[in-house]
Design a protein around this ligand. Structure first.
Ligand SMILES: Cc1ncc(COP(=O)(O)O)c(C=O)c1O
Length: 296
């Protein structure tokens, strides 16, 4: 199966608070790699798609919410690479732009309610779905697991191969948003301690990210920051104003709930003087721009 990863451009991000703190920031634009399978999703799905292909699975099944970037990318990938797809959704049937796209891309949807969705980590959760969709490849929530993290390790190569074009001989650390922590774990694995990975959590700290990252990548080489601003999916005026101002100044589109929160957490660190002048960082744009329709 043809699954070559498109190259994401690495660009300098120019913002006044970075200049004030004398920090240089390059942004790896995973949002630009594909109009539909965008952001970290390509990387998280890559190994799952290959496994599904190798096992002759007729379809792919996974879980998410009604604005899920992950399900959106999965539905698009299924359509493009010839797999049927099914999505197990949190809550009760709702009509959102994302849900309409999922249906238009041919994904079969099942609404699990809230209690049903909470049971997703229970040992027998997948059994009825595996009985219903025989031979289909099941993907954990958010494209997680070892396959997802291994796919994300390739992100580091993409950034490193473009450093010299920016005139950079190296960098000090990564910053990125975390939801399940899979992408961050992939970077930690690829870096193997060479550069620190700062994961800004878009979900509360007690939602399992520390355990996920530790399970996939061990206990070293990264720092987790609380960036959720009151909860997953929550946004406030300061956040939206920060995103709008950053977009206006840099020309780079962001979505508030992941990349916006992560960049704001980084700005807070910079303004608190926690980053040494001369620090060079790579910020990962994890895409998710389709999800903006849900809150704008
Ligand atoms: C736009 C965006 N950024 C970041 C993440 C977080 O990725 P991860 O679940 O690998 O931590 C997600 C969710 O999957 C996302 O949709």
């Amino acid at each position: 199966m043809y699954l070559n990863l498109p190259q994401a451009p690495l660009q300098i991000l120019d913002l006044p608070w970075l200049a004030n703190a004398k920090i240089e920031l390059a942004i790896l634009r995973l949002d630009l790699i594909d109009p539909l399978i965008s952001g970290n999703k390509w990387f998280k799905l890559r190994h799952h798609l290959q496994q599904a292909h190798q096992s002759g699975a007729p379809g792919l099944i996974s879980l998410g919410g009604n604005h899920s970037n992950h399900l959106h990318a999965l539905a698009a990938a299924g359509k493009r690479f010839g797999f049927a797809t099914a999505g197990l959704l949190r809550g009760h049937p709702q009509d959102t732009p994302t849900v309409r796209d999922l249906q238009a891309m041919g994904m079969e949807l099942h609404w699990l309610g809230y209690g049903g969705y909470r049971a997703r980590h229970d040992p027998g959760f997948w059994e009825p779905w595996q009985a219903r969709y025989r031979g289909w490849h099941c993907i954990p929530e958010g494209g997680g697991g070892v396959a997802g993290a291994e796919g994300c390790a390739l992100i580091v190569e993409q950034a490193r191969s473009q450093l010299s074009a920016l005139g950079w001989s190296g960098y000090d650390a990564w910053w990125l948003a975390a939801g399940t922590g899979t992408t961050a774990a992939g970077l930690v694995l690829a870096e193997a301690g060479e550069h620190a990975v700062h994961a800004a959590l878009a979900v509360p700290m007690d939602h399992g990210v520390p355990a996920t990252v530790a399970g996939l990548a061990g206990s070293q080489g990264y720092q987790l920051h609380d960036a959720c601003r009151g909860g997953f999916g929550k946004f406030d005026d300061d956040l939206l104003a920060f995103v709008a101002e950053s977009e206006r100044h840099s020309g780079v589109p962001l979505e508030a709930l992941y990349t916006g929160k992560a960049l704001l957490a980084l700005r807070d660190q910079a303004e608190a003087g926690l980053l040494a002048p001369g620090t060079r960082l790579i910020f990962l744009h994890t895409g998710g721009l389709q999800g903006r329709r849900g809150y704008l």
